[in-house]
Design a protein around this ligand. Structure first.
Ligand SMILES: [Zn+2]
Ligand SMILES: [Zn+2]
Length: 352
């Protein structure tokens, strides 16, 4: 857990207030809500980050040491949600009962059926990841039939009561066992829980309400996205008759840059500088992210010193640009001419 960036997980600044931390957590917890096909490991990670950053003592330890003490082996049973659900400013937005019921029962039960999630990979250049990009994907998947809006009926035709469930939408199955008889209730499969069936079917989907076809999906990839990040498009997964569509997950792959290394929104690079330029100062031209930049090397710079060019890094998702950090590497000449050696000996005698 030492290398996890809890601020990044919650998408807040280092100096974020407790309120902002709470707001960010609520928003993300909604997004990864298990009932909406949330991601269990992401959800745990959010809770872990929140449990640290919402606690002054733990947050201070984490800020100083990059970890907290005394809670090695994060205990999911000890999540502290006591500050939630009490109404608070803005009222109750978050139903933890709902989350936990689903979390621990796997979200099954008698809920509406949900289509499968789809995941696709998208390749981005380093620059596209830095500034954002647009992509058009063509995905062949089950979608709601547009001609009947998923109803399965020919537009304008009447429905009749489902004969199988008599319009009750549910079917009761009674089974006998050694413990006695018990009844299970499920959605009627004939009318898909609607209680009525079309008299005349839609000619496009033949009553299924679902068609399988290629669909073009336009996505806007935000600036500052990192390799391995996922974008979730809710409801763009596989559609299912009588239920809700799954989600579409887009996993982003970013090609590494030949000399720029990314560190959050900042970029790092090394710059080789001649010994005489380090001593006397000089102007260098470098290949930055989208342009050539002039860098002024101050006289007397040492190897290992870092120059910072403000706002020449990655455009973060909040719109601010990170910096470009240039580490100076002073190159000592391997061979010296007789004359150069003589000059350097003179320097030595000068006490340089
Ligand atoms: Zn029925
Ligand atoms: Zn249709």
């Amino acid at each position: 857990m030492a290398d996890k960036d809890y601020y990044k997980i919650l998408g807040v600044e280092r100096g974020a207030s407790k309120d902002d931390v709470k707001k960010a957590f609520r928003k993300l917890a909604h997004k990864y809500h298990p009932d909406k096909g949330g991601d269990e490991s992401k959800f745990k990670e959010l809770n872990e980050a929140y449990s640290i950053l919402s606690d002054d003592k733990k947050r201070a330890e984490y800020d100083s040491y990059g970890r907290t003490f005394g809670n090695a082996g994060f205990d999911p049973g000890a999540w502290d949600f006591s500050s939630f659900g009490q109404g608070g400013p803005g009222g109750v937005e978050f139903d933890f009962g709902d989350i936990f019921d689903n979390f621990f029962t796997g979200g099954r039960g008698t809920r509406t059926p949900r289509g499968s999630d789809i995941s696709v990979d998208v390749m981005l250049s380093f620059e596209e990841a830095a500034f954002g990009a647009h992509r058009k994907l063509i995905i062949t998947k089950n979608s709601t039939c547009k001609d009947c809006d998923g109803a399965g009926a020919k537009k304008g035709t009447p429905y009749s009561v489902c004969e199988k469930c008599n319009g009750k939408k549910k079917i009761h199955d009674t089974q006998k066992s050694i413990l006695g008889s018990f009844t299970t209730v499920r959605d009627c499969d004939k009318c898909k829980g609607r209680g009525e069936v079309p008299k005349e079917f839609c000619s496009t989907c033949h009553g299924a309400g679902i068609v399988r076809a290629p669909e073009e999906i336009s996505i806007k990839i935000p600036s500052g996205i990192e390799h391995g990040e996922m974008i979730r498009l809710s409801g763009h997964g596989e559609a299912i008759a009588g239920g809700v569509a799954g989600d579409l997950y887009i996993r982003v792959h970013v090609t590494p840059h030949k000399h720029l290394k990314r560190e959050g929104a900042n970029l790092r690079m090394d710059l080789n500088v001649k010994l005489t330029d380090a001593l006397l100062g000089a102007d260098y031209s470098i290949d930055a992210l989208e342009e050539k930049l002039k860098v002024k090397i101050p006289a007397g710079i040492s190897s290992g010193e870092v120059l910072r060019l403000r706002a020449k890094g990655i455009k973060a998702q909040n719109g601010n640009r990170g910096d470009l950090l240039i580490r100076i590497i002073v190159k000592t000449p391997e061979k010296l001419s007789r004359q150069a050696k003589k000059l350097i000996e003179d320097l030595k005698n000068e006490g340089v």
